[in-house]
Design a binder for this molecule. Structure first.
Ligand code: FES
Length: 116
């Protein structure tokens, strides 16, 4: 029997667990790893894997301008848009909507189901 899970909304963490300029890696069912960022009091999410190589952006650094630096070769992305900002990164990373409700952070992945 297949197990079907509705992944339209994925719990990331309690908002206060993530400090400013911190990044957390999560892996929603059916997706690759996603990096969730807190900058000031806003939350953002992108694919965790850098578009240049296999580095994990959640192991990089994010600054107050919403720019994450990849830990491997120093390429950068705008975490609001996923746009690649500096060499050697050229291709964007995907971004995901994030919401905060009752002090909890969620990835909003859109309506859909994943068969496990
Ligand atoms: Fe990210 Fe090369 S793997 S800049």
């Amino acid at each position: 029997m297949d197990l079907v899970v509705n992944v339209s909304r994925f719990f990331v963490c309690v908002a206060d667990e993530l400090g400013n300029n911190e990044i957390r890696q999560v892996t929603p069912p059916g997706l690759g790893p996603v990096a969730v960022y807190r900058v000031e009091n806003a939350f953002y999410a992108t694919d965790d894997i850098c578009s240049h190589g296999q580095a994990s952006l959640s192991e990089g650094e994010v600054d107050e301008d919403c720019v994450v630096e990849c830990p491997w070769h120093g390429g950068t992305f705008d975490i609001r848009t996923g746009e690649a900002l500096s060499f050697p990164c050229v291709l964007p990373v995907k971004v995901y909507p994030v919401s905060v409700e009752d002090g909890n952070v969620y990835l909003d992945l859109g309506a859909g189901e994943v068969k496990l």
